[in-house]
Design a protein around this ligand. Sequence first.
Ligand code: GLA
Length: 655
Amino acid sequence: MTIWFGGDYNPEQWDESVWREDVALMQQAGVSMVTIGVFSWAMLEPQEGTFTFEWLDRVMDTLHAAGIRVDLATATASPPSWLSHRYPESLPVTENGVRLQRGSRQHYCPSSPDYRRLATRLAGEIACRYGDHPALEMWHINNEYGCHVSRCYCETSAAAFRNWLIAKYGTIDALNRSWGTAFWSQRYGAFEEVTVPSAAPVFRNPTQLLDFDRFSSDELLGILREEVAAVRTSSDTVPITTNFMGFFKPLDYWAWAAELDVISDDCYPDPDDPDAAYLAAMTRDLMRSLADGKPWLVMEQSVGAVTWRTSNAAKPEGMMRAWSYQAIARGADGVLFFQWRQSERGAERFLPAMVPHTGTDSVSWKAIRALGAELGKLGGQLEAATPGSVGIMLDWDAWWGIEQSGLPSTIDYMEGVRAWYRTLYDLGASIDFVNPRSDLGRYTAVIVPTLFVATGEALGALGAYAEAGGRLLVGYQSGITDEEGRLTPGGYLGSLSETLGLRIDEFFPLPVPGSVATDSVRLRANDLGVRDATGSVWSERLVVTDAEVLARFATGPLEGGAAITRRAVGAGHAWYVATLPDSWLRARLVAQLVADTSALTEAVAVTGVEVVRRGRHRFVINQTASPLTVPVAGHALALDPYGVVVLDGDEVWRR
Ligand code: GLA
């Protein structure tokens, strides 16, 4: 298989004389694919209905002649100024009623019929012109859907939301029941009265918010579907992708992934962040999980610094290569960059590129060339992605639900996901993300950090997984409401109450960091081999009916009460964790969770080094700025700072 290597190419920013140099340099660097046309709408359709494809023909032909494949965009990410000028209602409106203007990008309302009609027509025209072009490798629909505008509160969006609600509820009575509008006199007499949840005096209706989140994710997905349908009228087999943005709250990527042939991701960890390596690994594992056997790509990463943080750290030498291999180890079939040639003008002119402003006599160009050359060699040998053996549950309904206001506490959904992922990562586990509808039977263990919104089926499936021999760990604030936001009757948890052998008597949320009270609670966890353990974020009074207590609260109002439990369930086990344990205690728990299983395929001998298996290859990656020596497969591998060694079986293939 080819490992795709290349980046976003924006030739329209340059004189044609530069294109020839571009292609020569691409060949030098081993570029195999470029993404073109992402922001080309104004150049391809300078006036409504007038298409100017000739320049793009020349770009496509030139790339083809050089043997470079094309990920061709439908060019719909940034509407041209004539569109916003002629159809001002296509501009999006914020929660506070401000209509966003053109002059930047992604300035469209996802429900705008004018935007959708014109975007779909353009996608169709492009597909018709290039569907049979020999350079075409895949279709790149739009770009980073929802990145800047994922929710629109204009009248058009409100009407679309009402239609979505009519399709979902059928009658206004059904909506009133689901939304609980008997509360605060919110009852609606007709669908016409319902609107989007714009800024309001205080807490808005939680079910309206949840439905609006679902609608907004669906609405953007609707544009993708329309563009895909337009492309498919003249190109029915070329694979389709759109670039995701990692753990992106506004879009339910489980639903999105089902529409794509290739999953792709834009990943920009902060080089200054000491947690960057594990956070990037987590994103790679999410993409492999979303792909579920299909190919996935890093569609964009940065050669060096970015320009959109408060301060933008450059990547130390080696880091770009290490992070590229990290993605490949975790299943990516390509690493591409934003962008090929650094712009001289425009809002991203300082953003580094494969061909930097300083030219080819630069450290970064040499690093790009070297990486392109090695990936070219590795490509022929690489096997398919290796799936994970421990599942972490990730669910957008739960994410949206637990981050509303008016709840018992302010909980950051991703804090729990990150914490459990980190523990598994540090232990060298191979990790997939799963959702409430996944086949959990493939996993040795499943961790549910929190599943605030959960259907009865989801809770039942977790219980059935444990019954059948699974090792299930459930965190606090799971099974708290159903999919309508209604509190799960009988003291929360639903059928999990029986699975876990306990019920919740009362919530005792811990103070959030920075508040007057101390934000952690001490735990007595001697049975887990940890002294002086602490928990944060959450605590609650549990009534344990049929479970072993592994840890108890040791301070505070719940002193002596159960904090962590375990119960034998059918052929498996179920743990419940009523707080966010500190990292030591999480490590003990995870060790217990995966004990006697093969989930820890690669014991990590040295902190800061990832050892990841992909088929017969093993990737040993030093994610630190220090040289390290790592024992793997009988070798004492000496790794440079950010060094990478690839093993083929037990043999060193490349260092
Ligand atoms: C995103 C976009 C690109 C570019 C980069 C800059 O990923 O898709 O067009 O703006 O960010 O980091």
